[in-house]
Write a protein that binds this ligand. Structure first.
Ligand code: FAD
Length: 282
């Protein structure tokens, strides 16, 4: 059997949501097997804010590690959770052998009033550092197009810096389609004295209407030219897929050429849109 090799000169990582049903687990396993061939540095698993006891994140991380032999990295959100819930999850992740974590504030599901003990991701990073020293490599979120709830871009940059000062080792960005937003963000935080690697988050396009909905919620901008070209293809699914893969591959190439330290793909548990992008980059 040949070992998987990454086609790219920089590390790749893939993000999944935890499957909850048998069908979703079958799809998850299939996608992991396909993407494993690209030799990712790690595969991460999202965590639903405010629902730690219902979360399937720990078992999915365990599945990645034991069934697939890949480095499974949990996301951990603090909003809606108590310090004790967060502590017991960290203990569990240590027991599973995790040494890396993506630390986030999270967003409360609409209608959920419980805010939790920690209000910002910086407080979560601080708790992890205070109680676990250097046991975890901590990644945090970054927003090249500014977090949608931030008062303004400058304030948001200062809040990002606070997460780094609390002990973050690296950052993964929200997805974007304008590479200049990423390069500008990196230049801005470097001017503020932040030196950690900032890995761009890449959202391949599987379904354009769904992407539009996501983007409205998370504040990611879809360039007008891109939306117009996608719309012009209407129901011509093959042409939409081709254009989507071309656009995202060109974005990745610009990021690699511009010095991005890695690429983190949001998979939505699907392999095909990512494979189409990676094929264009090899
Ligand atoms: P924070 O860094 O706390 O920032 C959130 C907002 O609060 C920003 O507007 C910031 O400017 C502001 N802020 C920060 N500190 C302060 C302060 N001291 N005073 C006042 N305002 C402040 N969500 C999930 O629910 N589960 C996941 O698994 C998940 N994974 C993600 C992975 C990545 C790579 C990314 C980019 C996002 C992910 N998210 C996830 C979404 C994320 O939880 C949301 O974007 C959330 O709204 C903000 O989380 P944060 O960690 O960036 O929060």
């Amino acid at each position: 059997m040949t070992s998987p090799v990454s086609p790219l000169p920089i590390p790749l990582s893939f993000e999944f949501y935890p499957p909850k049903t048998d069908d979703q687990r079958v799809q998850f396993d299939r996608t992991v097997r396909k993407l494993k061939a690209h030799a990712p540095q790690f595969m991460s698993v999202t965590f639903g804010a405010g629902g730690s006891t219902l979360s399937h994140t720990p078992e999915t991380v365990q599945r990645l590690r034991s069934d697939h032999g890949v480095v499974g990295v949990p996301h951990l959100t603090c909003v809606g959770g108590s310090r004790e819930e967060i502590r017991s999850l960290l203990k569990l992740y240590r027991a599973l052998g995790c040494d890396r974590i993506v630390a986030l504030r999270g967003d409360l599901p609409s209608g959920m009033a419980r805010t939790g003990d920690l209000r910002h991701a910086s407080e979560l990073v601080q708790l992890i550092r205070d109680e676990h020293g250097d046991q975890f490599k901590i990644e945090v979120a970054a927003y090249p197009e500014t977090h949608p709830q931030a008062d303004d871009a400058h304030v948001d940059l200062r809040h990002f810096k606070a997460k780094v000062e609390a002990g973050a080792d690296g950052a993964i960005t929200q997805y974007f389609y304008n590479p200049d937003a990423y390069f500008r963000f990196v230049a801005d935080v470097r001017r503020l004295g932040v030196g950690i690697p900032i890995v761009p988050g890449i959202m391949p396009i599987a379904n354009f209407s769904q992407l539009r909905r996501f983007s409205e919620a998370c504040g990611a901008e879809i360039p007008r030219w891109m939306a117009q070209r996608m719309r012009a293809f209407g129901d011509d699914v093959d042409s939409v897929r081709e254009l989507a893969a071309d656009v995202v591959a060109q974005l990745c190439q610009r990021l690699i050429d511009g010095g991005a330290p890695g690429l983190h793909f949001y998979t939505l548990n699907l392999a095909r849109p990512i494979q189409a992008v990676l094929q264009r980059l090899t």
